[in-house]
Design a protein around this ligand. Structure first.
Ligand SMILES: *Cc1c(COP(=O)(O)O)cnc(C)c1O
Length: 221
């Protein structure tokens, strides 16, 4: 069994090669370590290896782990799972970035928490019923809503394509997200996971969200 150190080196290597192929600076691509379902010890272990940005999916789950990671200087936590507006206050306390803002109502609720918060807008670019995210057509209104929120700093767009084991399957979706961001003058693009991070980087990703390739298979939450 490989160690986390070895898996991290392999992921960084994959990222560097994809960046090189697409003539991009690897420093422009954030590796977000997705630690959902794993205990706080795993976050600490990853931190000790130099990782600083962590992704979590569930407010309640991270609330339980947060005290154990509160002392990690410079660590930043991103919410990458769907957020219900009734949990927005708690989420604004626990996270530095909310990647899954998908309504004006949610933006306003996060803003009411009164703490500075980086946000990304989750966009739904497939027709799969279960996926959350705003429709591309609703983006102008949503962007205006977020920009009117004094405490929210809009970084860019995020998307989660339908699952496929073919890393090429998401390429058109990644490309569409890049074009949408360009249309709206946004720089950040959170896209790509363990199995398709190369495709995402080739399509312009500035943040790959990697769980399995670093920490191994997850048990169901
Ligand atoms: C779980 C999750 C990931 C990580 O997926 P892996 O395939 O384990 O790398 C990335 N993004 C989101 C939104 C997730 O829920």
């Amino acid at each position: 069994m490989e160690t986390l150190r070895e898996r991290l080196a392999a992921v960084r290597d994959r990222m560097a090669r994809a960046a090189e192929r697409s003539r991009r600076d690897p420093a422009d691509i954030l590796l977000l370590a997705v630690t959902k379902v794993f205990p706080a010890d795993v976050i600490r272990e990853a931190y000790d290896l130099g990782l600083r940005e962590f992704g979590e999916n569930y407010v309640r789950e991270f609330e339980g782990k947060a005290p154990a990671v509160a002392g990690l200087a410079g660590a930043r936590f991103h919410l990458i799972g769907h957020l219900q507006s009734n949990k927005s206050k708690k989420a604004a306390e626990l996270f530095q970035t909310i990647q899954t803002v998908d309504s004006g109502k949610l933006a306003r609720r996060l803003n009411e928490a009164g703490t500075p918060l980086d946000v990304m807008l989750e966009v739904k670019l497939s027709h799969e019923e279960a996926k959350s995210g705003a429709a591309a057509a609703d983006l102008p209104e949503l962007i205006a809503a977020v920009r009117s929120c004094a405490h929210l700093n809009l970084l860019g767009l995020m998307t989660m394509p339908p699952w496929s084991d073919d890393p090429e399957a998401a390429r058109p979706i990644f490309g569409a997200l890049r074009e949408l961001a360009a249309q709206h003058g946004l720089r950040g693009l959170s896209m790509g996971m363990s199995h398709d991070l190369e495709t995402a980087i080739e399509e312009g990703s500035t943040c790959v969200r990697v769980g399995t390739a670093l920490f191994g298979k997850r048990k169901k939450p």
